[in-house]
Unconditional design. Structure first.
Length: 378
């Protein structure tokens, strides 16, 4: 279970600037989805917004020693991030974090209460650990067209950012202004016709410009992050538990420990980067049953060409069927299976593999948020 530390002082962008100019070691993390990783960049290690911001930091602070940490998994949002924040970000003790999840939390839909709660928990936990946070608001191609669809989630995220004193890198607004003023076009920024989500190098350069402007303005204005006494959203994701299934003393028949693959259909999907082991069900594996306390439940694991379906039953209710196969190859499996359960009582989850000959089900953890957020063997 996650427990909040008590920082000696709140993150201060001018302090980051001073430490960098004095040549200290500073750790910078980039947490988000495929737009943070740099999908469709010609070389994500050089031309993604993440890489370009890193280069600007090196150029601006030549005496500093920077450690950069890529914590981006494509197609995932704030809810999974809340469960992997400890392993993939906080363990590195970051001084500065660029946070992006507006697109993957569905920017164009009414704000989803549980995703907003998870997003605010990320901001709050990062600040509690002493990290200065830059809030990234990133567009897709349709956001800069002649008739853009409203993005109500941006408003909610910005309200959270304002409450915590975050600088906002609004690349949506910047892209619209540049297109409106005739400096570029949507087709230039998103130069792969069949991918209206991921930009090319010109789009990532614009993202980086927005990020750098937000960071430098925060430094110049001596901005400090804040910790509101109470959260704007529900506090569920301030209590999270990620129960690794390989820690089960006696897994059901047909389940055995395994290792995540070291290749995938995309680099940010390589599961050996995001998990250390898995519990793998094969052939006629028996259902896996666990008891837990908490309100939201998410399964984290790996999809492959040979993965099969599975059914999840909560508290003996009707089973829900989920597919796990990825025809293209290996990638992450992320599935929210319950939200808004009673936080006071104990619950049971049953995961039943529905496998054909040669198929498997590969799960790393059962993740629970809210209340005690605990899991025990069933």
């Amino acid at each position: 279970m996650y427990s909040s530390p008590c920082p000696d002082r709140l993150p201060d962008f001018s302090l980051f600037d001073r430490r960098a100019r004095e040549g200290e070691t500073l750790r910078v993390a980039f947490l988000g989805g495929s737009l943070t990783w740099g999908a469709q960049a010609t070389d994500p290690q050089k031309t993604s917004y993440r890489a370009l911001v890193g280069r600007k930091l090196w150029e601006t602070y030549p005496l500093a020693r920077f450690e950069f940490h890529d914590a981006a998994i494509g197609g995932t949002g704030s809810q999974l991030a809340a469960f992997r924040l400890e392993r993939d970000v906080l363990v590195h003790r970051p001084d500065l974090v660029f946070l992006d999840f507006t697109i993957n939390d569905d920017a164009h839909a009414p704000p989803h209460r549980h995703r907003v709660a998870a997003y605010e928990s990320l901001v709050r936990r990062l600040i509690l650990h002493g990290a200065a946070v830059v809030q990234m608001i990133l567009p897709a191609k349709r956001d800069v067209g002649p008739h853009p669809v409203p993005r109500p989630l941006d408003v909610r995220h910005k309200e959270i950012g304002a409450a915590y004193g975050l600088p906002v890198a609004d690349a949506v607004d910047l892209a619209r202004r540049r297109v409106r003023e005739g400096h570029t076009t949507a087709d230039v920024l998103w130069d792969v016709p069949d991918d209206p989500t991921h930009p090319g190098d010109a789009g990532y350069a614009l993202y980086a410009e927005a990020a750098w402007d937000a960071f430098t303005h925060a430094v110049e204005s001596r901005r400090k992050c804040r910790l509101p006494e109470t959260m704007l959203s529900d506090p569920w994701y301030m209590s999270v538990g990620r129960f690794r299934l390989t820690t089960l003393a006696c897994p059901p028949e047909g389940w055995q420990p395994g290792r995540p693959h070291r290749n995938a259909i995309a680099y940010d999907f390589i599961c050996s980067r995001w998990m250390d082991d898995l519990l793998v069900a094969r052939d006629s594996a028996r259902p896996l049953r666990l008891r837990f306390r908490g309100g939201d439940v998410l399964l984290f694991g790996e999809q492959t060409r040979t993965s099969g379906d599975y059914a999840v039953r909560i508290d003996g209710g009707e089973p829900r069927l989920y597919p796990a196969q990825c025809a293209e190859g290996n990638m992450r499996l992320v599935q929210v299976v319950a939200e808004g359960l009673d936080l006071e009582g104990e619950h049971e989850i049953e995961i039943a593999p529905l496998l054909k000959n040669g198929q498997e089900l590969r799960l790393e953890s059962v993740c629970v948020a809210g209340g005690p957020a605990g899991v025990v063997a069933g």
